[in-house]
Ligand binder design. Structure first.
Ligand SMILES: Nc1nc2c(ncn2[C@@H]2O[C@H](COP(=O)(O)OP(=O)(O)O)[C@@H](O)[C@H]2O)c(=O)[nH]1
Ligand SMILES: [Mg+2]
Length: 207
């Protein structure tokens, strides 16, 4: 009998060998158009950083398991499948406001070939718009969210940012990271690696 593969081609959590399949995924015209229209209408011309803040109550609870389950969810995307790049920390799972602002400033300063004009924030709960606006005040950067975004439109907008800062533990962030890897767009993660994260030589400038 033939060996027929039924079911989804890539089970959860994603295996290393399936990561490249993301390049075959294309957004529907509807989602793609909504993402492009939002960027053109609300995000000032120039570079923008897309960030994912996963911080709802389910996530706060999930992050409590990090010390006992350091391979939780999508953690291998930054730590490696054998934890060859370290172990997960609570700060990676639920970065503090201070960490988020510090890392944003570092990424903004490290982008050499463009000026960052805006931060696009996607979140399941707290977008921290006021905190981030206040924290980045001196840099004259707009902090933007999309009140009408479905999860898919948020994913599509994050995929198009010049630099993406995601949550290493989150599968939602992992989707963005895979799409960007397929296009060779840069991504980094909150609080990883421990101190020097955010170093980027140059960025893509498609939009
Ligand atoms: N719109 C929107 N929804 C989000 C965001 N982050 C998480 N969610 C929601 O939370 C769900 C979490 O999904 P899941 O794939 O389990 O990722 P994980 O829990 O972060 O590992 C998503 O399907 C969305 O419905 C976000 O930035 N924007
Ligand atoms: Mg989940």
């Amino acid at each position: 009998m033939q060996n027929i593969n039924i079911g989804a081609p890539a089970s959860f959590p994603i295996q290393q060998k399936n990561r490249a399949l993301q390049k075959y995924l294309k957004w529907s015209d509807d989602i793609e158009e909504k993402a492009i229209k939002f960027i053109k209408t609300y995000i000032p011309k120039g570079a923008f950083i897309g960030i994912h803040l996963r911080n709802g109550i389910d996530w706060v609870r999930a992050c409590e398991h990090i010390p006992s389950s350091p391979n939780l969810f999508a953690a291998p995307q930054c730590l490696g499948y054998q934890n060859e790049k370290g172990i997960a920390t609570k700060e990676m799972c639920l970065p503090t406001k201070e960490t988020v602002i510090r890392q944003l400033k570092r990424v903004i300063k490290n982008i050499k070939n463009a000026t960052v004009q805006a931060i696009y924030v996607a979140s399941d709960s707290n977008h921290m718009i006021e905190d981030l606006t206040e924290g980045l005040k001196k840099m004259k950067i707009q902090v933007i969210r999309n009140l009408n975004a479905t999860p898919q439109v948020d994913l599509a907008i994050l995929a198009k940012s010049n630099v993406f800062i995601g949550n290493c533990i989150s599968s939602f962030s992992a989707f963005v990271k895979r799409e960007r890897d397929a296009k060779s767009f840069p991504s980094v993660f909150w609080a990883f690696p421990k101190e020097k994260s955010g170093h980027l030589g140059s960025i893509h400038d498609e939009l």
